[in-house]
Design a protein around this ligand. Structure first.
Ligand code: GAP
Length: 468
């Protein structure tokens, strides 16, 4: 996979209505993206596949949809107000802005060495140490080549806004930078109303916002994105067993969606890389067209968050274990995934250019059936057959309730190519013989093999293909 592949995916995504550049008619808004008809389907299918595996199929996990706007004390308690920042420095010569910790990391990579400031903790290293190190080692601006940086300053990544009708007199609040804090503050509500006993999990899918310094690589890093997070509450002392369990579970979920194993790897965080709330973290990394990068994180968050909310809210969020007659603050394991990052990797793995005969190539998105925006497309061979084909479409869509296309425009060959490009697993062609034999031709996207199937058998045929 190369950067060229990413360009091809971006182009296909726009051409076929998956993802458009945001605010395009006004010249755009950098690094924002709008999801078109097929993009919405793909995103919803990813969320649905995650919900099904992490929630529906389990009896020990429930779901929450908390507000995006939370009491600002939540972010004080979680540590985001004081810690959720990047050390930014500006080049005084060309005004380029950079992350001081990244400058040091890139300098090391370039020199193939590992020399860091003493007590190096990435972005958490004191800004004065970063500044000193950059100057001693003469790490110049990558844009203009000069060495004239301002002293790095901690820049908080949370978007601020105001709640209240009178400008300047409202309460300052934040757009949430992660969905999980909504879960922690509702732990007691959910535990008591759902009557779940520890160990159990609470999931949330929703938007998060971060004023990222270096967004980019299409939908990989944006300032507005969706997360699928689970906080799994367990008894202190059992967290490492659950940590390993959820690592394995999450990895297998990606594989079950057809993600290529050769593009996935697990990377354990070193002790000095761990977030302040974590005693173990593993990232699932993916080989993106631009290199290996984080796809999702599985973190053992200890009892940090619940304890912080107990302290800041003054409310008791501990758990009473009836069987053991024991009271404790649960420990937490958190698998946390980005929805759009998942969309990017499934598009990347699915994108295929195939030579079908000499000089003739087709683009086909070999998406897992579960994720394909359309499960099938009904194609009348001629416009004259439109009404009859529509009856087949109505039958399938009403009985199966899946998203199905009815594609009438263009030659049949062009329509097959169009459906291949958007990843539709099956095309159903209604031809003139169909009027006589009440059968249709079903074409498989990947093998391009065709089968004649009785219309009366279609429902059974597809239920077998998709469900069993
Ligand atoms: N609650 C823990 C948490 O938010 P994180 O590693 O900061 O952890 C979890 O984020 C996941 O959310 C990442 O692995 C990634 O998939 C996604 N994510 C984070 N920042 C993102 C961004 N700016 N754009 C797109 N996805 C992002």
């Amino acid at each position: 996979m190369s950067e060229e592949t990413l360009d091809k995916i971006v182009s296909l995504a726009k051409r076929r209505g998956f993802v458009y550049p945001g605010s395009e008619i006004y010249g755009g808004l950098a690094n924002t993206w709008d999801y078109g008809p097929l993009g919405v389907e793909l995103i919803n299918n990813i969320k649905q596949a995650w919900r099904r595996k992490f929630i529906t199929e389990r009896t020990d996990v429930v779901e929450l949809d908390s507000a995006i706007l939370l009491n600002p004390k939540v972010w004080e308690a979680s540590g985001h107000v004081s810690n959720f920042s990047d050390p930014l420095t500006d080049c005084k010569k060309c005004k380029a802005r950079a992350r001081a910790d990244k400058l040091i990391e890139e300098w090391n990579e370039e020199k193939n060495t590992e020399i860091f400031p003493e007590n190096w903790a990435g972005e958490k290293t004191p800004t004065s140490d970063l500044y000193e190190f950059i100057n001693i080692n003469k790490i110049v601006c990558p844009k203009c080549g000069k060495l004239d940086w301002t002293e790095p300053k901690a820049f908080n990544l949370m978007f601020k806004t105001e709640q209240g009708v009178i400008e300047g007199e409202g309460t300052q609040i934040y757009l949430r930078p992660e969905t999980c804090q909504g879960i922690f503050i509702n732990f007691k509500n959910i535990q008591t109303t759902s009557r779940k006993k520890v160990p159990f999990g609470i999931c949330q899918i929703g938007k998060s916002f971060r004023n990222e310094i270096t967004p980019g690589n299409f939908i990989f890093r944006t300032r507005e994105f969706e997360q699928m997070e689970m906080e799994f509450f367990c008894k202190p002392g059992t967290e490492m067993d659950w940590f390993n369990y959820w690592k394995d579970f999450t990895y297998k979920w990606f594989i079950s969606l057809g993600v290529k194993e050769e593009n996935l790897r697990m990377r354990d965080h070193e002790a000095d890389e761990l977030a302040f709330y974590s005693n173990a973290t593993t990232d699932v990394e993916y080989k993106y067209p631009f290199g290996w990068g984080e796809l999702c994180g599985i973190a053992s968050r200890t009892d940090y968050d619940l304890k912080q909310h107990i302290e800041f809210s003054g409310k008791d969020l501990s758990y009473f274990d009836e069987a053991a007659k024991e009271k404790y603050v649960p420990f937490v394991i958190e698998p946390s995934l980005g929805v759009q990052r998942t969309a990017l990797i499934v598009l990347n793995d699915a994108y295929t250019e195939e030579e079908i005969k000499e000089g003739d190539t087709r683009i086909v998105l070999k998406l897992h059936h579960t994720l394909a925006p359309f499960k099938m497309a009904v194609l009348p061979l001629s416009k004259k057959l439109g009404d009859d084909a529509r009856k087949v479409f109505d039958l399938l869509v009403q009985k199966l309730g899946w998203n199905i296309d009815l594609d009438m425009i263009g030659s049949i060959g062009k329509r097959y190519r169009r459906q291949d490009e958007i990843g539709t697993p099956y095309c159903i062609t209604f031809d003139f013989d169909s009027l006589e034999d009440s059968s249709v031709t079903v074409r498989d996207r990947d093998t391009m093999e065709q089968e004649r199937i009785k219309i009366d058998d279609l429902l059974h045929y597809f239920i077998k293909k998709f469900i069993f």
